[in-house]
Design a protein around this ligand. Sequence first.
Ligand SMILES: *Cc1c(COP(=O)(O)O)cnc(C)c1O
Ligand code: SF4
Length: 368
Amino acid sequence: MNRSVEIVAERREEEKDDEPPNPLPLGKGYVSFEEISEVSGLSVEEIREIDRVYPVKVSRHYFSLIKEKDDGIYRQCIPSFEELGDETGEHDPLREESCNSNTPESVIHRYPDRLVLYVSNHCAMNCRFCTRKRKVGDSEKHNTSLEEISKGLDYIRNHEEIRDVLLSGGDPLMLSNKRLESIIKETREIPHVEIIRIGTRVPCSEPERISQELCDMLKKYHPLYMNIHFNHPEEITPESEKACSMLADAGIPLGSQTVLLRGVNDTPKIMKKLMQKLLKIRVRPYYIYQCDPIEGTRHLRARVETGLGIIEGLRGWTSGLCVPHFVIDAPGGGGKIPLLPEYVLSIDREKVVLRNYENKEFEYIQVD
Ligand SMILES: *Cc1c(COP(=O)(O)O)cnc(C)c1O
Ligand code: SF4
C-alpha cells in the first residue's frame, strides 16, 4: 500500500474504535516516501529507517511550499540522518510524562489555574523538531482514547481551580468534528471552566480542514481561543489566510506560537516578516519558544542569544503587536520562563536608568 493511503487508513482505523469516521475531507492527503525521496535524495529505505525512530509524515499542502532543498519549509518537514546522529537531547526534557503521576495520562497540570488536555496523537505533519517527536504519530500510545479523555474531564470537574483548559496533542483539529465537539461541549459544561483554548498547526499545515461547518461548531462554545503554530513567512499562503479568516470571522481570537529553529527562522529579518504577515491575517503573535532539547533535534536548535537578538530586533522597530514573548519551557518541568533583552541599566532608590531600542539612555525618577 502507498504510504499516504496507509496513513489515511490508519486514521480511519483509529476512529473506528470509538467514533464515526471523519466526515470531512482529509485535505489533499499526504505525500508518499517516494516523493520525499525525490526532493531529499534519501532512498525510500533510508526514509523508512528514520521513520522507524521518528515517524515521517508530510501533508501535501505543506510539501507544496518547499521551494528548494534545505529551505525553511524543507527543514521542518523532511527527515534527515542528522536526527539519528544526535545523542545530545533528552527523551522527555519537560518531564511531561513523569509530572503526570497524580493526574490522568491525558492531563498535564503544571500551573495553578490551567492545564493541558491531550486529545489527539496525530498531526497533519510530523515536524522534525517536535517536542513530542516520539509520541506524535504513534498509535500505540493510548492517552487519547475516549476513556483517557473522560478521565481527564473528570479530573477537571474535580479541580475547581481550573478555569482555562487547553486542548492539545498532537493536533485537536485532526479529530472529526463530532468527536472534537463532544470534548469541547463537555469541557464547556464544567461550571468553573472559563475559557477553552485549542493549540493547533492545522490552519498552517492542512488549511483545507478548516471548513465552515467546523467554524460554526466552534463558535457555539465561546469564549474559545486558538493558538496556531506558524514558523516561517512562506507558511502564510492564500489557503492559510482563508482558514484564519474563517476562524477569526467565527469570533475566535487567534494567537501564534513559533519555535525558534536554526536555518528556518533564526534571523530578526525573517521573524519580523513572519510576525507582520501574521498580523495581516489577524493572528496575534503570542510566543516564540526556544526549541526544547529533544533528542534528534540538535541540527534544528538555535542558541538562546539568537532568540534574544530577535526580540531586540522586533521591539521598537515594528508594531508592539508583532512582538511575542520569548520563552524557554524549562527542562525539568518548570513551565515557560520569559526572557527579555536587558533594558534596565541600573535601578536604585532615586532613579532607573534605561536604554531604548536604539540603545539611547534615559532616566526615570522614582517616587520616594
Ligand atoms: C504552555 C502551557 C500552558 C499554558 O501556558 P500559558 O502561558 O497560559 O499560555 C499550560 N499548561 C502547560 C503544561 C503548558 O505547557
Ligand atoms: S504540529 Fe506540533 S505537535 Fe504536531 S508534530 Fe508539529 S510540533 Fe509536534
